[in-house]
Design a protein around this ligand. Structure first.
Ligand code: SF4
Length: 417
């Protein structure tokens, strides 16, 4: 392929919302350079924005590259994103380039003249009905299982003025949901603290919801609880990863709180905001997690009655402190523990979803369902609603009457009143 043939690109994103948001910046930058977004099979450049959080994610990327190599068009393959040194080395011989994401404007591509534009100054091409806004990058917490401090570096907060400007632009363009992103948003320090940032954004004129992830229990103050309670635009949804319900495991994970601290935090949150929807992250099979320790997690998990949870089987990642620990739980046992928690979750989320039947809820329409003529939306508590409607509604608020529920979501119909 000759250099002047770079006219189109495709971005394949793995991982979290932060990666989605980073891909939106690459897309915005490439668009500005005159390239057109196209399906991977028809693109001159394919960018893979990767995720190293689990070994399986890296394996999937490897498989993807091999598949892309078979495309007739022979696109230039660039791997970027959240990568450990070891994965970088592994993927290098397969891809054409493995490049740092924050230096997109200086990537060695013929149509780019090294501009060194700071990553957050690149324009955004948003890819969905939610305006994701990264307020910080990196992390200083060094949870012993996590690669983020190694792949994304130390914590850095974007100045509040910059964040607020980006939010205002999104609202002006009609976005109805703003989602602030950071690995540990409660330690945000971009000139103001996180509560103040939420309050400032809440003051922005417009009809929108304000969400944020991720919160760390150790930094989750009363100040934040009252801010969620008092700010009308901040949704009554909280994602608060607990990771384990056993104190010894929490210590080994380098999560500086106890199961009791977590219970107390949830109690305070629910006392102030009784209808808050609560979700969490849990890792099963961490090194040293005996049956008894796992039972402590299962007890906390069923006691708290979460609305939703993301349960992961422990996966050792190189460079992390936990990778030095001896793995004591077999894959089979991890699966068994995961299954036990999923069963608990099925019951708690069913109980949590039940009271919505017959209610009329405000829903943000997010995407089309595979079922023809049906759409998905999210409630303020981040519950998925399936209902009949036309795709012009995507990105808009509607009112839906909830007609049915299951553990994993709600069904409804558009209500005119
Ligand atoms: S808080 Fe812990 S789990 Fe979250 S990104 Fe930082 S090190 Fe990783």
């Amino acid at each position: 392929m000759t250099n002047n043939l770079f006219t189109s690109y495709s971005i394949i994103t793995y991982g979290c919302q932060m990666n989605i948001n980073d891909s939106e910046r690459i897309a915005g930058f490439f668009d500005e350079k005159g390239l057109k977004e196209a399906p991977a099979e028809k693109s001159d450049i394919v960018v893979i924005n990767s995720c190293s959080i689990r070994q399986s994610a890296v394996d999937r990327i490897e498989g993807k590259i091999r598949k892309l190599r078979k495309i007739k068009n022979k696109p230039l393959i660039i791997v970027t994103g959240c990568l450990l040194e070891k994965d970088r080395k592994k993927l290098s011989p397969l891809a054409d380039h493995v490049l740092p994401i924050t230096l997109v404007s200086s990537w060695p591509l013929p149509f780019l003249k090294k501009e060194n534009i700071p990553f957050f100054n690149l324009s955004l091409k948003r890819s969905g009905p939610t305006a994701y806004v990264s307020i910080m990058t990196g992390c200083n917490n060094f949870c012993s299982y996590c690669v983020v401090p190694y792949t994304k570096g130390r914590e850095f907060s974007r100045p509040a003025t910059e964040v607020i400007k980006e939010v205002k632009e999104a609202i002006k363009k009609g976005y109805r949901e703003v989602w602030l992103l950071g690995q540990n948003v409660n330690s945000y320090n971009g000139g103001v603290d996180f509560s103040k940032l939420l309050k400032e954004i809440n003051k922005i004129h417009g009809n929108f919801w304000l969400r944020f992830t991720t919160s760390h229990p150790k930094d989750f103050s009363d100040n934040i609880i009252f801010t969620i309670k008092d700010c009308k635009k901040v949704t009554n949804y909280l994602h608060l990863p607990v990771q384990s319900g056993d104190n010894a495991i929490l210590e080994k994970m380098n999560r500086p709180y106890t199961a009791q601290d977590y219970r107390e935090t949830v109690k305070r949150v629910r006392r102030e905001i009784p209808d808050i929807a609560l979700s969490t992250d849990i890792i099963v099979g961490f090194p040293g997690e005996t049956e008894k320790k796992f039972r402590n997690t299962a007890t906390l998990f069923s006691e708290i009655q979460f609305d939703m949870a993301y349960i992961a089987r422990y996966s050792s990642r190189s460079q992390t402190a936990a990778s030095e620990m001896e793995e004591t739980v077999s894959e089979e046992e991890k699966r068994r523990r995961e299954k036990i928690l999923v069963e608990i979750l099925k019951e708690s989320s069913l109980e949590k979803n039940k009271p919505y039947k017959g209610k009329k809820l405000r829903v943000l329409v997010t995407k089309e369902s595979k079922k023809k003529g049906f759409l998905f939306g999210k409630t303020e508590g981040y519950k998925t609603v399936l209902f009949e409607g036309s795709k012009e509604l995507i990105g808009k608020f509607i009112k839906a009457e909830i007609t049915d529920y299951s553990s994993w979501g709600l069904k409804g119909k558009i209500s005119r009143k």
